[in-house]
Ligand binder design. Structure first.
Ligand code: TA6
Length: 279
């Protein structure tokens, strides 16, 4: 496929293609593996996404950082413990179907098919970043889908960031014994946070050290997942430096647990996240 002028294909490890975008509006990198946005740096801004320096770039292993596409299920498979956590999408190579650009940015369209599962990921990288995950159902029967766009946001110091607009939302706290709670005030990080909020609302990530505010807009997403492993869980992640929990938080446009979506034959569902840096 011919790539537009702002996009070039590089191999960051043997047979592991990554699309490098250098456009007047932004720089970004998107791996063919997992249709995975690895980085996005708008013009005159610092990098927005966290990518682990220990991330593994080989088939079958999800990249630690950027925007993992968790699909067609969130966390453990609903019925089969043999299946990988967070689905099949992020552990395999997709197919690039379209690549284009205009003065506003670059658009890449990826597809994957596996049995009953058919998905399309559209990445629009420009002054804003939008990732859309479309579940298609060409089958004769309904399919049930959950998942997340599992975005890792880079932060200056985790204890000096706030997630705003979840105040008052109910959430499932999955740290320790799962417990339903209600968010009191803004979300802060002073310990492990692993929460599934019942919220379709847009969010703000406020970094008090850099003074930067990130707007996270969601589409087709009845759940918002907020995660930081903190020191204990981070130490157990072999593809991330132990202290890097201080450098990111995940804010995920998700469809989780009992909010799974039924996609009827011949129809589709789109889960999207749109990220912008607020001046
Ligand atoms: O972000 C929510 C979550 O489900 C956490 O429970 C944690 O497992 C995280 O995803 C990362 O999962 P991974 O399989 O990428 O290590």
């Amino acid at each position: 496929m011919n790539l537009p002028p702002s996009v070039r294909l590089v191999e960051i490890s043997p047979s592991y293609p990554v699309f490098e975008i250098k456009h007047p509006t932004c720089e970004a990198r998107v791996a063919l593996h997992g249709a995975h946005v690895m980085s996005w740096k708008p013009l005159d801004e610092d990098e927005v996404l966290y990518l682990s320096p220990d991330a593994v770039f080989k088939e079958g292993k999800a990249i630690r950082g950027g925007i993992p596409v968790c699909w067609p299920w969130f966390n453990a498979h609903p019925t089969n413990p043999e299946m990988p956590s967070h689905g099949i999408a992020r552990n395999r190579f997709w197919e690039l179907k379209e690549a284009g650009e205009d003065e506003g940015g670059v658009t890449l369209v990826f597809e994957m098919k596996d049995g009953i599962w058919n998905a399309k990921v559209t990445v629009r990288a420009g002054a804003e970043l939008e990732v859309s995950l479309e579940t298609l159902n060409p089958n004769e029967v309904p399919i049930v889908v959950s998942g997340a766009l599992h975005t890792y946001f880079g932060v200056s110091e985790i204890e000096k960031v706030r997630v705003v607009n979840l105040e008052g939302s109910e959430y499932l706290d999955t740290v320790g014994e799962e417990t339903m709670r209600r968010q009191n005030g803004v979300v802060k990080f002073t310990e492990e946070v692993d929460r599934i909020y019942e919220s379709s609302d847009n969010l703000l990530l406020v970094d008090d050290v850099s003074g930067r505010t990130i707007l996270v807009e969601k589409g087709g997403s009845p759940s918002t997942v907020v995660w930081n492993p903190w020191a204990g869980k981070a130490a157990g992640l072999g593809d991330m430096p132990d202290a890097d929990y201080l450098k990111f938080c995940c804010i995920e446009a998700a469809i989780a647990n009992d909010r799974a979506v039924i996609v009827m034959p011949g129809s589709s569902h789109v889960l999207s996240t749109r990220i912008s840096v607020e001046e």
